[in-house]
Design a protein. Structure first.
Ligand SMILES: Cc1ncc(COP(=O)(O)O)c(C=O)c1O
Length: 335
């Protein structure tokens, strides 16, 4: 795997830490749990989108773009980080917000929504669930062009093959650290949403012949649909890398921790967020990593992740959204 072939901007100065979580492991009385701290990537607030944007923004700049356009949910970390990358590069940024849960967009909301304003978003447009988001973004790009400017459209989550290269790079970084730190892992656990992170890690591990399985924990879609999405993108990413395609049966997307739907709190998410904060001082988020960690905890408690395993949880960030969920996350709050 030769990632240096692809133009890249650098937004994180060093590898993100790979650390054991001894107090969480002891509390669960089971597997040894480690964490890859991709909540500590660069750009405002960090998170997984930073790695994808290193490749996507390099492409935007190569194409002479002066404006980034992307789409996400009302508390989108991806929108925050795309906007942050635009600020870093001196580009403008326009956001399309998909109101996935009707009635949930509040322009005055805290969390990421507040940061859109603080970071100087040029335009926020809201679309209802079911809208043709690709067509909406093309219309926004046409408006930018009509102003004599040039837009670059980034898909939701930065999840195309170019963006997923960021997570092939993370897979490479993880394997190097695993070797350096003398810690061999039995599996990776990661939140699976727009699929770019999961697909990129899979494609990267496959390209490295790492023999390290990945368990995705869904945040939105049913298992079969998500596995199809991840596999399709992993195959495209592998093709871009010139690596063999990951087999279909390497794609595992568990849907037992989605609860009532995307971004809707669950008791197990609240428990996971509170445990990681109180035991390890690590902030998860309510929409992605809280549910993914709830999955890891659930699998450890049921014995599905055996007590002798050493597991690595890929922390994909998202803490700014905590401030939009304070009511359910405080001790005694109701999910
Ligand atoms: C904090 C966080 N974790 C995980 C994900 C899921 O990553 P992906 O969309 O690449 O599947 C997202 C996506 O927005 C996210 O913001």
């Amino acid at each position: 795997m030769n990632l240096a072939r692809f133009p890249r901007r650098r937004y994180t100065p060093a590898p993100t830490p790979l650390q054991p979580l001894p107090r969480l492991s002891a509390a669960l009385g089971g597997p040894e749990i480690w964490i890859k701290r991709d909540d500590l990537t660069g750009l405002t607030g960090g998170g997984n989108k930073t790695r994808k944007l290193e490749f996507l923004v390099a492409d935007a700049l190569a194409q002479g773009a002066d404006t980034l356009i992307t789409v996400g949910a009302p508390q989108s970390n991806h929108c925050r980080l795309t906007l942050a990358a635009a600020v870093r590069e001196g580009l403008a940024c326009r956001l399309l917000i998909e109101e996935r849960v009707p009635g949930t967009y509040d322009p005055q909301a805290s969390g990421n929504n507040f940061l859109f304003d603080l970071l100087g978003v040029e335009q926020v447009r809201v679309a209802p669930l079911g809208a043709d988001l690709g067509a909406e973004m093309q219309a926004m790009a046409a408006e930018v062009a009509a102003e004599g400017r040039r837009a670059y459209v980034i898909p939701g989550g930065g999840s195309n093959a170019l963006g997923a290269l960021g997570y092939a790079a993370c897979a490479q970084e993880l394997m190097a650290q695993s070797f350096e730190q003398g810690a061999a892992f039995s599996r990776v656990v990661v939140a699976s949403g727009s699929a770019g992170t999961h697909a990129g890690v899979l494609a990267g591990l496959q390209a490295l012949s790492a023999g390290l399985p990945v368990t995705g924990v869904n945040v939105r879609r049913p298992r079969a649909e998500q596995e199809g999405n991840v596999h399709r993108l992993a195959v495209e990413t592998a093709a871009l890398l010139g690596a063999p395609p990951p087999p279909r049966d390497a794609v595992v997307c568990r849907d037992e921790w989605v609860g009532g739907g995307y971004s809707i709190p669950t008791d197990s998410m609240v428990e996971a967020v509170r445990m990681l904060a109180a035991l390890e001082g690590v902030l998860l988020d309510p929409v992605y990593t809280g549910k993914a960690m709830a999955g890891l905890i659930g699998m450890a408690r049921s014995g599905e992740i055996a007590s002798g395993e050493r597991v690595v949880f890929l922390h994909t960030g998202g803490w700014p959204a905590l401030f939009a969920y304070e009511g359910v996350l405080r001790a005694g709050g109701a999910a």
